[in-house]
Design a binder for this molecule. Sequence first.
Ligand SMILES: NC(=O)c1ccc[n+]([C@@H]2O[C@H](COP(=O)([O-])OP(=O)(O)OC[C@H]3O[C@@H](n4cnc5c(N)ncnc54)[C@H](O)[C@@H]3O)[C@@H](O)[C@H]2O)c1
Length: 337
Amino acid sequence: MSLYRNAVWFLNGIHQYTRKGYEAASKDFEPQDLNVSVVGRSFMITGANSGIGRATAMAIAKKGGTVHMVCRNKDKAEEARTDIVNESGNTEVHVHVVDMSETHKVWEFAEAFKKQYPSLNVLINNAGCMVRKRELNAEGLEKNFATNVMGVYILTQSLIPLLQKSRDPRVITVSSGGMLVQKLRADDLQSVKGYFDGVMVYAQNKRQQVVLTQQWAKANPVIHFSVMHPGWVDTPAVSTSMPQFHRMMGERLRGVEQGADTVVWLALSRAAPRTRSGQFFQDRRPVPAHLPLAWTHSSAEEIQSFMTQLETMARVIQSQPDTELNGHTSSSRPQFV
Ligand SMILES: NC(=O)c1ccc[n+]([C@@H]2O[C@H](COP(=O)([O-])OP(=O)(O)OC[C@H]3O[C@@H](n4cnc5c(N)ncnc54)[C@H](O)[C@@H]3O)[C@@H](O)[C@H]2O)c1
């Protein structure tokens, strides 16, 4: 079955996820959709110093929005901020240094942000990673899961009350079409079973983001949730984590603005919140979150188990003093396996 899924996915990808795929899809775009001013609206973007996140931050700054860049590396973030301010002429661009893999710190950041800022209109969960070896964070969580899922979960859950108070609130999560080859595996969130394949762990995390978005949409009707695939985009993430794929695709990869286009459309356009909340998007359109005949649908019990585990982990991590986590030994880490 996984061979079938991979083959269908790759054939779809060659037609749709490339630069040519974008150019074909963009013929149906409504040019007026991005003819908006978002002065006075605020946008938080994780991983905003590079690739798709940076192109999104630049596009939003150019439309007058207040941008909160959430980045791991202060120097790289400040450099990107300078470029964004210079090119957009918008000085309402703020840097927050947060490593999304450090779960307790993500929670502390979100709590502090809520106290400091009266509103947040749009949260864009863009930061993502593909760590090829199994590594753990201070809380004992597998690194890909910690960054791509737990960080996204904690940040979003913590900011939901602030988003709910704000006008036209939206949450956009940058997933990947790679998730189409994966069925939710709620029984192995820490990837301890079998051989550790970083590419498949990443794809599983991206499936988890899609499931999370569907569940958030059901639980929070005031907020518009969406999750999306940017296509295959020429970014440092691809060149460093998948060098062979990067070489093979070469000129066929999308540029960063093309990859960011649907994120920007979901964040800015008036059309986006008129779509049903909780859907998976590609090139400004909701598309199925499952390949035909791929058996990747999950039961209500599997989804419930996944959500319960996330909530339990979040509670344990939030209740732990940061000092305790910094001084951890592997035996004193909480066990989430
Ligand atoms: N490029 C593609 O073809 C492609 C395809 C599908 C999905 N995506 C997704 O797009 C998103 C953006 O990636 P990109 O392609 O622009 O790559 P990129 O390397 O240019 O950007 C990734 C960003 O995430 C940040 N990041 C990673 N780990 C972090 C952490 N622990 N804490 C804080 N920030 C962290 C990086 O610093 C960087 O700013 C990712 O979620 C990625 O999975 C990319």
